[in-house]
Design a protein around this ligand. Structure first.
Ligand SMILES: *Cc1c(COP(=O)(O)O)cnc(C)c1O
Length: 383
């Protein structure tokens, strides 16, 4: 059976153009970028070219980009690195209840180390309350971390406004852009952002490669100490092939962003319009301040897990909650933060489209989903 992949928020396939660019860096151009000989300098050049491409997507200076192993590592570095390097200034950190687990758990860990953490309340769409944010800022606040776009419900946060507030109060501002980098416009200067997390596998690059933008002058400690790679902020021999892939993926994303975004918005709107015709179902997240490729629904009287299994039997790969949390029985922390009751959160379905999604794929889902929902409800003990 043909697979219809609608889980692009969890990960994306590596684009063939990216794979071709990476191939030579495994067995032919395999030098260590720190070596002085020609194989080394060739690797170094590839690394720096990739850094320029990754920086250019967010209008940053290449010197302000460090490569990491993942979005998770970039977020850990941003939170823990800034916290420890700025301990003399203060111990207060502000974030949101809808962040990815790697931000939330870094914040929780910092709390155990003696830092204070406050959470900005969000409304029913998942948008942060800017007035509350200003109220939460203290003299000893050192960092505000608010994600750009939410991975579950797709809501896009007002990061330009948050950047302005952070700057006025002389507090560092970090944003986790793993879902938005290369998909919607980001300008680090215009938006007053000090740190940005991105990764390759959400934009058709390889898994296990991330980047952290660190504005020049930001005080930050490394997580990994060693030979001083990546400006001393992330030691370890660089994953040259992976980074080259990230560079190519970033270049393609930048070039195709506008047209692709328009195409995806059309597909998303068709999907939303038609799925909402099903009884006892609603859209989670903001109606238009949302990622071009995200649709998230709740269906009453249904378990999201069963829905995902039944859709899989029809060839459709979807998700309930986030990929990481769907193995646990806890309802999604994002859906409960926007006010859903646990049973409503359990009945959620996330459909995320991408570069290889076609109109036919969407039509097929619109045809199949209402029947799957109907059949599951017939079996449902919840009804
Ligand atoms: C995927 C994702 C991460 C984690 O990135 P990895 O590279 O998979 O570690 C962090 N934040 C958000 C918003 C994500 O979507």
């Amino acid at each position: 059976m043909k697979k219809i992949y609608l889980d692009y928020a969890a990960t994306t396939p590596v684009d063939k153009r990216v794979l071709e660019e990476m191939k030579p860096y495994f067995s032919e151009k395999y030098g260590n970028a720190s070596s002085l000989h020609s194989l080394g300098t060739e690797a170094k050049r590839a690394l720096e070219e990739a850094r320029e491409k990754v920086a250019s997507v967010i209008k940053a200076n290449p010197k302000e980009i460090i490569f990491t192993s993942s979005g998770t590592e970039s977020n850990n570095t941003a939170l823990k690195g800034v916290a420890f390097a700025n301990r003399d200034k203060g111990k207060h950190i502000i974030t949101t209840p809808i962040e990815h687990d790697c931000v939330l758990n870094s914040a929780r860990w910092l709390k155990k180390q003696g830092f204070d953490v406050d959470f900005i309340p969000v409304d029913k769409y998942g948008l942060v309350d800017l007035e509350k944010l200003e109220e939460l800022i203290r003299k000893d606040t050192i960092l505000i971390s608010v994600m750009h776009a939410n991975n579950e419900i797709g809501t896009i946060e007002p990061i330009k406004e948050i950047g302005k507030i952070a700057k006025e109060h002389d507090v560092y501002f970090h944003t986790d852009a793993a879902q938005s980098y290369g998909k919607i416009d980001i300008d680090v200067k215009k938006m007053n952002i000090d740190l940005i997390t991105a990764n390759a596998h959400k934009i058709y690059g390889p898994k296990g490669v991330g980047a952290l933008f660190i504005r020049e002058g930001v005080k930050i400690d490394p997580l990994l100490h060693g030979g001083g790679h990546e400006f001393g902020l992330r030691s370890s021999t660089e994953n040259v092939a992976g980074i080259v892939g990230f560079g190519k993926a970033a270049e393609i994303a930048k070039k195709e962003m506008r047209g692709e975004s328009e195409r995806l918005i059309k597909l998303r709107n068709t999907l939303i319009e038609n799925i909402l015709k099903i009884d006892d179902c609603w859209l989670n997240g903001h109606p238009d301040k949302r990622l071009p490729n995200n649709a998230n629904f709740s269906f009453r009287f249904i378990e999201g897990e069963s829905l995902v299994m039944y859709l899989d039997m029809q060839g459709i790969c979807a998700s309930t909650g986030s990929a990481c949390s769907s193995k646990s029985l806890e309802p999604s922390h994002v859906l409960t933060a926007i006010g859903l009751k646990p049973e409503e959160a359990h009945g959620s379905l996330r459909l995320t489209t991408g570069r290889f999604t076609t109109k036919e794929d969407i039509d097929y889902v619109i045809e199949v989903l209402p029947n799957v929902v109907k059949n599951l409800r017939k079996l449902s003990p919840l009804k």
